[in-house]
Design a protein around this ligand. Structure first.
Ligand code: ZN
Length: 262
């Protein structure tokens, strides 16, 4: 599919002639990118969230609104296509923040992983696809100063809007191969739980810990909808056994372990 949606677009650095990564089998250049305004320190994982991978690729190359893109697309059979040069700012993250900084697009490389997603039939990521994501990620890490703490889910930077790549994404497997940070999730266990509607010093502490981890939320002491969204996002990434937005003992333990590991 090399060049299948190249709109003969030109930019300051000249069009990409070959993929930045040797793991990418071809180019399908998207016109949807602009100049970075910050150094790259995040690798952001997405799922495509569409019934069909090729349709997703077409959308990422579509010059009509809503204009979106990503640097790479990884298909379920492990094929990798590059859409935007790594030096350019692709349009995949949208509104969101990490560590108190917005414009996630400027500081990130975006990988779109083909999966129908929660809307169209979320399913496990095939082994060939995960192996391809790992190879590509390791290669990207040789070119950019991205710390293990900077390898994130889209849902981490936009908890109120996004669920991808979701609770089936094997973050532990990636970390085993040198991609990202992982701590073993604490087992589900009885203990205090905090949920939407509660308030007080323990909620304040929970919010402070989540903000310390990088999540964008305000420490108010009130377990509001935004806090619930962040707890849910945390679980999708770090404590996948139960994703319910309730801060139970396992969630709190895993959060503390994660912060201690950094
Ligand atoms: Zn996404």
């Amino acid at each position: 599919m090399t060049g299948s949606c190249d709109h003969d677009h030109h930019h300051d650095d000249g069009p990409l002639e070959r993929p930045d990564s040797p793991w990418a089998g071809g180019l399908a250049l998207s016109p949807n990118h602009d100049a970075r305004r910050a150094p790259v320190d995040i690798l952001l994982m997405h799922y495509t969230g569409m019934p069909d991978g090729l349709a997703a690729l077409r959308r990422l190359c579509d010059p009509n609104p809503p204009r979106v893109s990503a640097h790479y697309v990884v298909f379920e059979d492990g094929e990798i296509v590059q859409c935007v040069a790594e030096g350019r700012r692709a349009w995949h993250a949208g509104a969101g923040s990490w560590q108190g900084r917005e414009d996630v697009n400027s500081r990130s490389i975006g990988i779109e992983i083909v999966n129908p997603g929660h809307e169209w039939g979320y399913r496990p990521f095939p082994e060939a696809q995960i192996a391809a994501v790992i190879n590509l990620s390791r290669d990207i890490l040789t070119r950019h100063a991205i710390a293990p703490t900077g390898i994130l889910a889209h849902s981490d930077t936009a908890p109120g809007r996004k669920q991808d790549p979701g609770e089936l994404f094997p973050w532990g497997r990636l970390a085993d191969e040198g991609v990202g940070l992982w701590v073993s999730p604490a087992p589900l266990q009885p203990g205090p739980t905090y949920r939407r509607g509660e308030e007080g010093p323990p909620i304040q502490a929970l919010q402070a810990l989540l903000a310390m981890a990088g999540y964008g939320l305000t420490v108010t002491g009130v377990f509001d909808a935004a806090t619930e969204a962040v707890v849910t996002a945390f679980q999708r990434h770090w404590r996948q056994a139960r994703v319910d937005g309730i801060a139970d003992a396992s969630t709190l333990r895993t959060l503390r372990d994660l912060l201690a590991a950094r």
